[in-house]
Design a protein around this ligand. Sequence first.
Ligand code: ADP
Ligand code: MG
Length: 251
Amino acid sequence: MVEHPLLDMHLRSLKLPAMLGNYRRLAGDVAEPVEYLTQLAALEVSKRHENGVRARIAAAHFPVIKTIESFDFTLQPALPKAKFLELFDCSFVEQHRNVICIGPPGTGKTHCLLALGLPACTRSYRVIFVTAAELLMGLISAKHDGQLERKLRSYERYDLMLIDELGYIPFEREATDLLFQVISRRYERQSVAISTNLAFTDWTNIFPDPMAATAVIDRLVHHGAVFEFAGESQRLKARQRRGKNANGGQD
Ligand code: ADP
Ligand code: MG
């Protein structure tokens, strides 16, 4: 095979690895020069997109990968399936709208938040997944270090923030205030998807300041869709299945 060390060098310095890896093979297949270049450029574009998706998924800090394809809607018969699936074209991120998943533990809320994150990464949105506890601990410690503004600004670069398990944390006044700041900065500018075990009516009881609770709910829901999850915990069911298997399915 004829070597082209100069071309190899140029493609390397231009950071065009897909072109570098394919130009020899395609030279035999495509004679027309513009078509040849078009096909090579297309390979580079798709490789770059793939790398971008991979990098955005890594940056999102998903604890595990969950997909909507593996979500069993028959376990959530009251969830409006068609409306819920519409979220997965990510137009809600484009429109700076929010998603709120409410329901008891083990009903698939975290699964759905994680699953929402994936198509957003594919569509070139910047995504971050955090638990409410992690988020608030990070904000409180930044505040004590005089870095609150910086920390708050660091979240503004995400198009979609997935906040998991709001409601399992003690709502002290300081935490509520910080949560309010995160939500209000994103209001009409970026999207939030949250999961919570708390019905909105309980928020006002748990927040130290009912006005603050109302303000947070207002901003979340104003341009948002609320989805209610219900039923038994799938975690518990899985454990029961394992228990049965462990004693040979006798009981
Ligand atoms: P939640 O966040 O509501 O407490 P999770 O999303 O963590 O619940 O769900 C617990 C486990 O059960 C996870 O492994 C999740 O993938 C699984 N699970 C829950 N609901 C469903 C469902 N409808 N279809 C498939 N898996 C589910
Ligand atoms: Mg959860």
